[in-house]
Ligand binder design. Structure first.
Ligand SMILES: NC(=O)c1ccc[n+]([C@@H]2O[C@H](COP(=O)([O-])OP(=O)(O)OC[C@H]3O[C@@H](n4cnc5c(N)ncnc54)[C@H](OP(=O)(O)O)[C@@H]3O)[C@@H](O)[C@H]2O)c1
Length: 282
């Protein structure tokens, strides 16, 4: 069985490939779909099949997926472009005769008010319309997203945010990757929607405490208004539009967009999810 992985030169895609190999998939049966062949040199050295295609090029994608049975569709990273890109990937998969797709979507998609929702909703709808058997992996936040808190913790002993007493059910990228590998290498997942959330969930002060553990220094959570938080992010060097996007996520996060009591992740990977301190230490 040949399994393709999109975004294979990215963080999550790389972990998916590692997990497929641990699960006994032969490297040559893994097709790494990449846009930059040079970046995939280490994958090629490990015997993984490399297929070059950008998400803008449907014909190249169809070539890349020729002979592929199952596809892990790691969602694209170019926010705003993704629905068009995913449309190309799903159409190419159909053309190539791919029989099953596992798509990395967003936690709590049915209720979340995060601005990321429409592209994921659109993609889930495309999958339903495609007629290709599929499963949806609604990933929660990566703990690695809080890596920058290490810098602000070291510099000022502070972790900034604007989400009050929100709780985040995060997990490490390798946990979500392991779940994707579990789904793509076994049967019985067609039509399933997995809400993938780590446990235990952490409040923002809890995140500060975990960061403190990692850097062995006191770190306190500073709860700001969305506007002040945006200004803080800009003062750390984030471009204004990115700072606005990140700060704008805080109100939905405060409403629980990143919190879930689902045990799907732990059940799929057969172990507890990774703690924040372990993820940040790695
Ligand atoms: N749950 C979360 O907390 C969270 C956070 C951030 C993102 N995400 C989502 O999860 C996905 C995977 O996360 P990640 O950390 O692995 O992201 P990442 O490291 O940025 O990887 C993104 C991958 O997508 C590839 N890619 C982007 N645009 C492409 C295009 N037009 N054509 C072909 N390939 C393209 C990149 O190729 P290059 O290597 O050539 O750049 C890279 O391999 C992201 O893309 C995003 O949808 C989730």
């Amino acid at each position: 069985m040949r399994i393709a992985v999109t975004g294979a030169t990215g963080h999550l895609g790389g972990h998916v490939i590692d997990s497929l190999i641990v699960r006994g998939v032969a490297p040559a049966d893994i097709v790494a779909v990449v846009r930059n062949e040079a970046k995939a040199a280490n994958l090629a050295e490990r015997g993984i099949t490399i297929a070059v295609a950008s998400y803008e090029d449907q014909a190249a994608l169809a070539n890349a997926l020729e002979g592929v049975d199952r596809l892990v569709l790691v969602s694209g990273s170019e926010v705003g472009q993704r629905l068009a890109q995913h449309t190309n990937i799903i159409a190419a998969a159909k053309q190539a005769g791919v029989t099953f797709i596992a798509y990395t979507s967003l936690l709590n998609l049915d209720t979340s008010k995060l601005g990321l929702v429409p592209e994921h909703q659109g993609t889930e709808a495309l999958l339903a319309e495609s007629g290709i058997d599929h499963a949806v992996l609604r990933n929660g936040w990566y703990w690695e997203n809080y890596a920058s808190a290490i810098d602000s913790g070291k510099a000022a002993g502070k972790f900034f945010g604007a989400a009050g007493d929100a709780k985040v059910s995060g997990a490490a990228r390798k946990d979500y990757a392991d779940a994707a590998a579990a789904v793509i290498t076994s049967d019985g997942h067609t039509g399933k929607v997995y809400e993938l959330a780590g446990a235990p969930a952490l409040t923002y002060p809890g995140i500060a405490a975990e960061v403190a553990k990692v850097i062995d220094q006191d770190v306190v959570y500073v709860d700001q208004s969305v506007e002040d938080y945006q200004a803080t992010l800009e003062s750390f060097g984030l471009p204004a539009d990115i700072a606005a996007m990140v700060a704008g996520m805080e109100p939905p996060i405060a409403e629980g967009a990143l919190y879930s009591e689902s045990t799907d992740l732990e059940e799929l990977i057969g172990r507890p999810s990774t703690s924040l301190s372990e993820a940040l230490s790695a």
